[in-house]
Design a protein around this ligand. Structure first.
Ligand SMILES: Cc1ncc(COP(=O)(O)O)c(C=O)c1O
Length: 365
C-alpha cells in the first residue's frame, strides 16, 4: 500500500524542506578526503562563545527534568532586553516553529497567505501544509516589492510574511516602504516580520518593527538565536506581538516545545550579547571582501544586510556549484527558490574560509 493514498489529500502536494547539503553527505558521495567547507545554511562560522557552552554543559546535568513549559524565564529576559512585556514574547523550537504555529492557529481553508518570492522557503511550505492559496509576489530587482504585496491583498488575505532582510537575496525594505504597506491595511491581517538576520543589519532606515507594533497591533516579529548567537543546532527562536496573539500560539504548541538546554543557552546568549559585536563587525568586513571578489569575477551580487550573499553568474560563467563541490565547498543552489541555474547563496565564513572560497572562485572562473 502507498500511504500517500491514505494521506490528507492537500498534503500530497507538499514538497518537504531541502536543507543545505550536510558535510558528511558530501564526504560520502564524493569520497572527499580534505576539509569540507559548508557555506550553505547561513550559519555562524564560529561555535558559541565559552560563556554559553559552559551553561550548556551545566544544564546537561538536569536532563532528567522536563523544561519550563512556556520558556517563562527566557521570555522574561527577552522582554527586558527589548523593552516589551513578558506576555508579548513567545519562544519556539527555532523561529521556524513559530511560523508554522502562526499558520496553524490562524489559517482557515478559505484564507490566503501573501509573501514575496523568492523568500524564505518555509512560507510556501506552511501554505501547502494548511492547504490554502499562497499568493507569491515577485521581487523587483531582487528586493521585496511592498507596493505589489499591498496590491495582492484580497478580502481572503489572513497573513503576510515579510522577510526583512530577505533570505535568499540579503536585501532589505526600509521603514518608509513598511509604513506605506501598513498604512490603511485591514487590522485583521497579521503582518509577520521575519527578522532572523536582524542583528547583522547596519542600514539606517531599517524599520523599527517593535516601535511599529505599538501602533499596529496586527504585527508579529520573529527573531532567532540561530544566527549571530551560533545556536542553530539547539533550535531556539522567539516572537514579539500582542499578548492575545501569544495566547493563540500557546494553544497550538506542544507542551514542552523548547528543550531546557536551548532555554538556558539562549538566556546566556542574551546576557553576553555585547560579545557578538565583534562578530557582526567581522561579518561586515568579510562580506565586503567576498562580494567585491564575486563582482570582479563577473557575478551580480545584490548588497546584503545579512551574513550571506546571493551571487548571480553571467551566462558565460555557467553553473559552478558542482565544481565548488568538487573542491569540497558547499554553497546553496538557488534553483528551488525559482532562480536560474548556477545562481548560489553563499554564507560568510571565517576569514580563512572566505579566502578558500575566493581562491576556488578564482580557480574555476
Ligand atoms: C528568514 C529566515 N527565517 C527563519 C529562519 C529559521 O530560523 P530558526 O533557526 O530560528 O528556525 C531562517 C533560517 O535560516 C531564515 O533564513
Amino acid at each position: 500500500m502507498d500511504f500517500q493514498d491514505l494521506m490528507r489529500p492537500h498534503l500530497k502536494k507538499v514538497r518537504p524542506y531541502v536543507p543545505g547539503k550536510p558535510i558528511e553527505e558530501l564526504r560520502r558521495e564524493r569520497n572527499f578526503k580534505g576539509e569540507i567547507l559548508k557555506l550553505a545554511s547561513n550559519e555562524n562560522p564560529y561555535p558559541p562563545i565559552k560563556e554559553i557552552t559552559k551553561v550548556i554543559i551545566e544544564e546537561l546535568e538536569q536532563l532528567n527534568r522536563y523544561p519550563n513549559s512556556g520558556s517563562y524565564y527566557l521570555c522574561r529576559d527577552i522582554a527586558e532586553r527589548y523593552g516589551v512585556d513578558t506576555e508579548q514574547v513567545f519562544v519556539g523550537n527555532g523561529s521556524n516553529e513559530i511560523i508554522d504555529l502562526l499558520a496553524r492557529a490562524f489559517i482557515n481553508p478559505e484564507d490566503e497567505i501573501v509573501f514575496p518570492f523568492p523568500s524564505f522557503i518555509v512560507y510556501p511550505i506552511v501554505s501547502q501544509l494548511m492547504g490554502v492559496k499562497a499568493v507569491e509576489v515577485p521581487l523587483k530587482d531582487y528586493r521585496l516589492d511592498l507596493r505589489a504585496v499591498k496590491e495582492a491583498i484580497t478580502h481572503r488575505t489572513k497573513i503576510i510574511f515579510i522577510c526583512n532582510p530577505n533570505n535568499p537575496t540579503g536585501t532589505y525594505v526600509s521603514s518608509g516602504d513598511v509604513e506605506q504597506l501598513l498604512n490603511g491595511l485591514r487590522s485583521d491581517i497579521i503582518v509577520a516580520f521575519d527578522e532572523a538576520y536582524f542583528e547583522y543589519v547596519v542600514a539606517d532606515d531599517y524599520p523599527d518593527s517593535l516601535e511599529l507594533l505599538k501602533s499596529h497591533p496586527n504585527i508579529i516579529v520573529f527573531r532567532t538565536f540561530s544566527k549571530i548567537f551560533s545556536l542553530s543546532g539547539l533550535r531556539v527562536g522567539y516572537s514579539i506581538s500582542e499578548p492575545s496573539l501569544v495566547t493563540c500560539l500557546h494553544k497550538v504548541r506542544q507542551p514542552f516545545n523548547v528543550n531546557r538546554v536551548a532555554q538556558a543557552a539562549a538566556r546566556a546568549a542574551l546576557k553576553h550579547s555585547e560579545m557578538m559585536n565583534v562578530r557582526v563587525k567581522e561579518n561586515r568586513t568579510q562580506m565586503k571582501l567576498v562580494r567585491d571578489s564575486l563582482i570582479e569575477h563577473g557575478f551580480r551580487v545584490p548588497e546584503s544586510q545579512t551574513n550571506f550573499l546571493l551571487a548571480l553568474p553571467h551566462a558565460e560563467i555557467g553553473d559552478i556549484i558542482d565544481k565548488l563541490l568538487e573542491l569540497g565547498i558547499i554553497v546553496r543552489p538557488m534553483e528551488p527558490f525559482g532562480l536560474g541555474k548556477g545562481t548560489m547563496r553563499v554564507s560568510i565564513g571565517t576569514p580563512e574560509e572566505n579566502k578558500r572560497f575566493i581562491a576556488a572562485i578564482d580557480e574555476i572562473v
